[in-house]
Design a protein around this ligand. Structure first.
Ligand code: SME
Length: 156
């Protein structure tokens, strides 16, 4: 039985990342199943920051396919280069959309999403999956998220 994660929402964004990072490491060090770890990471991120949507898309047959997530239903398939997710996959780098309405080609799964960050997991120059987080707050994501989220998905 996994131990609970301790979350203090009164802390700053950076402090919350610092608090959840070692706890996620402990949670995942004895579990090597990709889907199980993605599911728990999505849950911890959703609970920690009250994000509107947190989830993973896995690269399968040259398409991004929806994986474990927390939040409302989402589109199931995203081609390379399409939307924030497909562009992060194609460019192999983090992408922040401070205002999704201004992001060329943004795929709107919900009109409640105002800003978004996508972080790819790269192994031997190939993107294996991407982490996608949607906030209902404009301009929510910054260099703190870009710094800590790759450290989190490195645990999976
Ligand atoms: N907005 C994303 C699509 C996925 S949903 O946000 C869950 C995009 O533009 O790629």
């Amino acid at each position: 039985m996994a131990k609970g994660i301790i979350i203090d929402k009164s802390k700053s964004k950076e402090e919350i990342y610092r608090i959840i990072l070692p706890q996620l490491r402990a949670l995942m060090e004895n579990e090597n199943d990709l889907i199980a770890n993605m599911a728990n990471m999505a849950a911890v991120l959703k609970m920690s920051f009250d994000f509107f949507w947190v989830g993973f898309y896995l690269v399968k047959n040259e398409t991004l396919i929806l994986g474990p997530f927390q939040g409302p239903i989402a589109c199931t398939r995203i081609p390379m280069g399409k939307g924030v997710c497909g562009q992060a996959w194609e460019q192999k780098k983090n992408i922040i959309a401070p205002d999704v309405s201004l992001f060329p080609g943004h795929i709107a799964c919900s009109s409640d999403t105002k800003s978004e960050i996508v972080v790819p997991k790269i192994i031997e120059h190939r993107v294996i999956f991407i982490l996608d987080i949607d906030s209902d707050i404009l301009n929510f994501f910054d260099e703190i998220d870009s710094h800590y989220l790759p450290k989190l998905i490195a645990l999976i």
